[in-house]
Design a protein around this ligand. Structure first.
Ligand code: NAD
Length: 256
């Protein structure tokens, strides 16, 4: 379905971004990976799906790095048809204890990076009259949780940016939508499981149950593969007129 298209997924060396990159690659899209840590493993997982893969190590907190990454993607594959703004970090603390440097980093990586990548991707998408911008927000783009001020503010911002991007391009073939996962068992969430296990003296399995039980009625983690299939739907012809939605995959979290 996506043969000949190019997808750039930020923060795709791990977790949800890698899951979405693999789902898009299974549909034939060439992939530009981004993120820190192990690069060769994710690159070979994508290459094994029979598509071309490139990597750029832009730090998503820096607009100049994002500009270099978008230029690299255009040079390598011609243009970016599908942009998945996914890179993100978390920090958990009460507002009065929240380190200022963590606030700034979360706003830069989880929110401002999506603005920069979007503004740089739009001209080529509009010229081609086809494009898909998928913002990985969170159920925290829809509801709040204590001790996550920067993350919740950034993710609500991402949902707002999604709506405006969709509206500004509503008469074109460029759509923009957000995905709002509940708990997904990635390294970002494992850190929160570990913190709970330590604070409550629980095993890893029991800490996961407590975490799910607090928020997620299904008592199940959403998987990167499930989120990848939602991204594929947004990229399909059936998604042509899906514009500005914030679609939660959260086991009922926001339904409460
Ligand atoms: P993860 O830690 O597994 O992956 C994060 C990715 O972002 C990694 O590839 C990492 O290298 C990259 N990254 C971090 N800082 C970066 C930077 N400055 N520049 C470039 N890349 C950077 O986390 P994840 O759970 O897969 O999270 C991915 C996205 O999904 C985030 O936006 C997160 O907020 C969102 N999300 C996660 C959950 C969850 O339960 N895990 C739920 C809702 C939303």
């Amino acid at each position: 379905m996506l043969k000949g298209k190019t997808a750039l997924v930020t923060g795709s060396t791990s977790g949800i971004g890698l899951g979405i990159a693999k789902s898009l690659a299974r549909q034939g899209a060439n992939i530009v990976l981004n993120g820190f840590g192990d690069v060769e493993g994710p690159k070979s997982e994508i290459a094994a799906l029979g598509v071309k893969v490139a990597y750029h190590g832009a730090d998503m907190s820096k607009s100049s790095d994002i500009e270099a990454m978008m230029a690299f993607a255009a040079d390598t594959f011609g243009r970016v048809d599908i942009l998945v703004n996914n890179a993100g970090i978390q920090h958990v603390a009460k507002i009065e204890d929240f380190p200022i440097e963590r606030w700034d980093a979360i706003i830069a990586i989880n929110l401002s990076s999506a603005f920069h990548a979007t503004r740089l991707a739009l001209p080529a998408m509009k010229a081609a009259n086809w494009g898909r911008i998928i913002n990985v927000a969170s159920v925290h783009g829809l509801v709040g949780s204590a001790e996550k001020s920067a993350y919740v503010a950034a993710k609500h911002g991402v949902v707002g940016l999604t709506k405006v991007t969709a509206l500004e391009n509503a008469t074109t073939g460029v759509t923009c939508n957000a995905i709002c996962p509940g708990w997904v068992l990635t390294p970002l969430v494992q850190k929160q499981v570990d913190a709970k296990a330590q604070a409550m003296g629980l095993s890893n399995d029991d800490a996961k149950k407590v975490l799910l039980g607090e928020k997620e009625p299904s008592m199940q983690f959403t998987t990167p593969e499930e989120l990848g299939e939602l991204a594929v739907f947004f990229c399909s012809a059936a998604g042509n007129n899906v514009r500005g939605v914030a679609w939660n995959m959260d086991g009922g979290w926001a339904a409460q």
